[in-house]
Design a protein around this ligand. Structure first.
Ligand SMILES: [Zn+2]
Length: 196
């Protein structure tokens, strides 16, 4: 699969991560018209996140840039080192983050700001955003990978309990995800409507 030309890597040395990000992004044509960054950075509270880039283009929805950050150290990454995750898990994670970006695409500036506040302040809002991101990832064909990511995190024995509790509170359960995947698969099998 050809890598899209719009990726900007920041501090990402490992060739596999670059390759896997390019592979995942290739399945999101709606994101190919603008710069998408992948950055390794120090984050305290999350392992991976997706955000708009705060530059002048932020104020113009059609040219806004977006960035996926992943953490290189600290609490959670002591247990989940992105550098050591299997390919399927990393791709599932990237697909979820790109799902957030697709969700952001249609939000104007004020929508982005209220989305940020809602996400931070209102757990139902956050749950909804996580569901949307997973749904978009499944609908781009990444159901198996998103499932692998979820399984990896929930079954990873060394994760701190408060991290697992957060996963359970905000993210789709395995059953809910399975429902999305089944719905997508059924949709793929639908015969094309032929106009006679
Ligand atoms: Zn998310």
């Amino acid at each position: 699969m050809k890598a899209p030309a719009n990726i900007i890597f920041q501090n990402v040395q490992r060739p596999e991560l670059r390759q896997w990000f390019a592979e995942t992004l290739a399945a999101y044509p709606e994101l190919h018209q603008r710069p998408i960054y992948l950055r390794k950075t120090a984050m305290r509270r999350s392992t991976m996140r997706a955000q708009p880039v705060l530059n002048l283009d932020f104020f113009r929805r059609h040219s806004r840039h977006y960035r996926v950050d992943f953490s290189d150290h600290l609490e959670v990454t002591e247990h989940v080192l992105v550098q050591e995750l299997p390919k399927e898990v990393v791709i599932g994670w990237f697909a979820h983050e790109l799902g957030h970006i697709v969700d952001y695409l249609n939000r104007p500036v004020l929508g982005m700001i209220s989305f940020g506040l809602g996400y931070a302040l209102w757990s139902r809002y956050m749950r909804k955003a996580e569901r949307v991101a997973d749904t978009i990832a499944v609908n781009h064909g990444f159901g198996a990978e998103v499932r692998a990511t979820k399984q990896y995190l929930m079954e990873h024995a060394t994760l701190p309990p408060h991290y697992k509790a957060r996963l359970e509170k905000y993210y789709l359960s395995a059953d809910e995800l399975e429902g999305l995947i089944l719905a997508w698969e059924a949709d793929q099998k639908m015969p094309e409507v032929v106009d006679v």
